[in-house]
Structures are given as structure tokens and as C-alpha cells.
Design a protein around this ligand. Sequence first.
Ligand SMILES: [Zn+2]
Length: 214
Amino acid sequence: MIFQKNVKNYWKDSYNKLSKLNQLITRSNLLGSDLKVTNFGGGNTSSKIQVKDPITKKMETILYVKGSGGDLGSIKEDGFASLYLDKFNSLKNIYRGFNFEDEMVSYYPMCTFNNNPRAASIDTPLHGYVPFPEVDHTHPDSIIALATMKNGKEIINKVYRGKVGWLGWQRPGFDLGLRMENLIQKNPHIMGIVLGHHGLFTWAIQAKSAIPTP
Ligand SMILES: [Zn+2]
């Protein structure tokens, strides 16, 4: 992996035996333990996990995503919001466009799974609409250095040989989530997205591979 060249991977094989949710917690704690990877209180992580619905007894895909508040380094289960992914995807059908993106936040609690009181943050669409099970958002020093440069887009493209996408600065919200989904659909080969003047998104099928960070 191009991200792993100069970075130690702290993931232990024994973590693969943990439940998906505990893998997410462990991965989050590892990412948050290095301030070069993400600043205190910054960044967020998510997993899309198959869980049995307590009422219908059907298996549902639940988006567990770091909620508002707290820090990745010490986050536990109660730090994650949990949302029905199907419902969260349905929000696209009622979205009225960029000028109305803030109203979408009021719909997030309606997607809640299992009465979880942890509020979903404004970054939730940036995780929910990335079509991969494991998603990490960090603010690594090395990436920020490039993402804040005038010609950051060209430099990222050159450094990562076209394997990392770029989106110019946009306030995190519903619209940015849709733009990320669109960029990935149009460029299925990319392994991550750098958000200009902001940070990095990476994803993977398994928690183990989601962890590489520059
Ligand atoms: Zn961020």
C-alpha cells in the first residue's frame, strides 16, 4: 500500500477476531493515539455492520460512525452514533439541493438504530455515502501540508500517482458526502480522497486495511 511506506502499522492479527464493532473501536483508538495522524478531537471513523434488528429480527446494515464530541484516542462504543444505512440512503430522495443541505441534519436522528442517544455529527454523510464498509477520516500532518498548498490537487495527484482523489474545500455536510460518493463512483480505482484545506478519507473492506495512514 502506498500509504504504508513510512508508517508503522499497529494493527495486530489478534484484532481480526474481535467483533466488527470492537474492531472499529480498536482502530479508532490506534488512529487517535498518534497526533501526527489526527489532532485531538479531530477526525472520525465508521463501519457498516450487519446487525439483527431487535424488533423485526431481520439483519440490517447499520452505520456506526463517531458521533459528536469525544476523541478517537479514547472513544468507546457509546461514542458512536448508529444509523440504519437504508434510511440514511433514502435521505438522498428528499434532499432539496445545496442551499438546503443544513436541513438534512434534522433527519439524521430519524435514522437512529436502537435508540442510541449519541448524536450523529455533520460528517456522517461523508462516511455513510462512501460505498465501503470501513471508512476513516483523519487530519495527518503530512497530508495537511499538501492539502493546504496552492497547487495541492496537482501535488496529491503526482505523489499518489492518481490513486487518491481530490475535492476542493467545502464545508462538511450532506452535499460533500454526495460529492465524495460521486467521485468514487466515477473513479473506482482510487483508495482515498484528500479534501482540500482539510484532511484525508481512506476506506477498505476490512478494518485491518482501513488503518494505513500517511
Ligand atoms: Zn475533518
